[in-house]
Design a protein around this ligand. Structure first.
Ligand code: SF4
Length: 270
C-alpha cells in the first residue's frame, strides 16, 4: 500500500517524456512569436529612422563635412592639422581602395585621370578653359569629339569648332532642340514654358543629344551651355565621358560663381 502511494507521487518516465515534448513545442511556438515581434520592431525602426544604414564616410557625429573645413589638410596630408570631423581621417578604407583600384585598372578612367593630371600639372593657371579643353582632347587621344550644345550658344560653339578644326580634331555637334518636339508632348505644362503656351516651343532634348553622339561613336564629349538639369540628363545617357566647357548662366555672362563671390553683397538674399 505504502509503495503504491509513493509511485503515485512520482512521474513515470512516459509522463516526463510527454511533458518535455509539450514544453519543447511551447518553446518553439514562443520562438516563432519572438521572431515575428523582432521583424515587426525592425520594420518600425526602419520607418522611424529611415537613414540608419552605414554612412559611406563619417562626419565626427556632428554632420560637419568638407564644406565646413578651412584647413584643407588633405591637400598635403598634414596629419597634425586634420579637423576633428575630417572625412579623410574617418574614410572607409575599403571604399578608398576600391576607388584607387579603378584608376589603376580601368583603361578609360586611367587615361582620363592621367590626362587630367597632365593638363593640370603643366598648364594650371596658364591656360584658359578653352585651351585646357583642346589640350585635354589631344592628350587623351580622342579620335572624334562630340559637342552637346545649347542652341542659344551656337555662336560660341561655332568658334570652338573652328578652333578644333585648326588643331586637326574631328568633331560632331548636336544642338539641344534636336527633333523639335513640342514641350507639351512630354507633359510640360504651359505655365512652365517661356511663352506660357502661346507659341510652339521645342523642348530641350538632352537624351536625344546623347543618343546622336553615341551613334557617332564619339570618344569624348564637350558640353556647351546645357541648362541645369538638361546637362544631368545628357551625362546620364552619353556613353563617352563628358567634360564641360561652358556652364550656362545668362544673368552672369556664364560665370555661375559670381553670386558666390558676391554673397555678402548684392546676392545676400539668395
Ligand atoms: S578631407 Fe578633411 S582636411 Fe580635407 S577638406 Fe575635408 S575635412 Fe578638410
Amino acid at each position: 500500500m505504502a509503495e503504491e502511494v509513493k509511485k503515485k507521487g512520482r512521474k513515470t518516465a512516459e509522463e516526463k517524456k510527454a511533458e518535455l515534448k509539450a514544453l519543447n513545442k511551447e518553446a518553439k511556438a514562443l520562438e516563432k512569436q519572438l521572431e515575428k515581434i523582432k521583424a515587426k520592431a525592425k520594420k518600425l525602426d526602419e520607418a522611424v529612422n529611415p537613414k540608419k544604414e552605414k554612412p559611406v564616410t563619417l562626419c565626427g557625429g556632428q554632420c560637419l563635412t568638407c564644406a565646413d573645413c578651412r584647413v584643407k589638410a588633405c591637400f598635403n596630408n598634414e596629419t597634425g592639422k586634420y579637423p576633428p570631423f575630417c572625412l579623410t581621417t574617418a574614410v572607409d578604407k575599403e571604399l578608398l581602395q576600391s576607388a584607387k583600384d579603378i584608376y589603376l585598372n580601368d583603361e578609360i578612367d586611367k587615361n582620363l585621370a592621367l590626362t587630367a593630371a597632365y593638363v593640370e600639372g603643366n598648364f594650371y593657371g596658364k591656360y584658359t578653359r578653352v585651351q585646357e579643353t583642346i589640350e585635354f582632347i589631344k592628350q587623351y587621344g580622342a579620335k572624334k569629339v562630340g559637342i552637346a550644345t545649347c542652341v542659344g550658344l551656337l555662336n560660341e560653339t561655332g568658334i570652338f569648332a573652328k578652333l578644333l578644326r585648326k588643331h586637326g580634331i574631328e568633331y560632331y555637334a548636336v544642338g539641344c532642340k534636336i527633333g523639335a518636339i513640342e514641350k507639351s508632348e512630354i507633359g510640360i505644362p504651359p505655365e512652365n514654358t517661356l511663352t506660357k503656351g502661346e507659341k510652339y516651343e521645342s523642348m530641350c532634348n538632352p537624351i536625344m543629344q546623347a543618343k546622336v553622339l553615341n551613334a557617332q561613336k564619339t570618344d569624348l564629349n564637350v558640353v556647351i551651355g546645357l541648362c541645369v538639369g538638361h546637362d544631368a540628363l545628357f551625362m546620364r545617357y552619353a556613353e563617352a565621358p563628358s567634360t564641360i566647357l561652358i556652364v550656362k548662366d545668362r544673368v552672369t555672362g556664364h560665370n555661375p560663381a559670381v553670386p558666390l563671390y558676391t554673397a555678402g553683397g548684392i546676392y545676400s538674399k539668395i
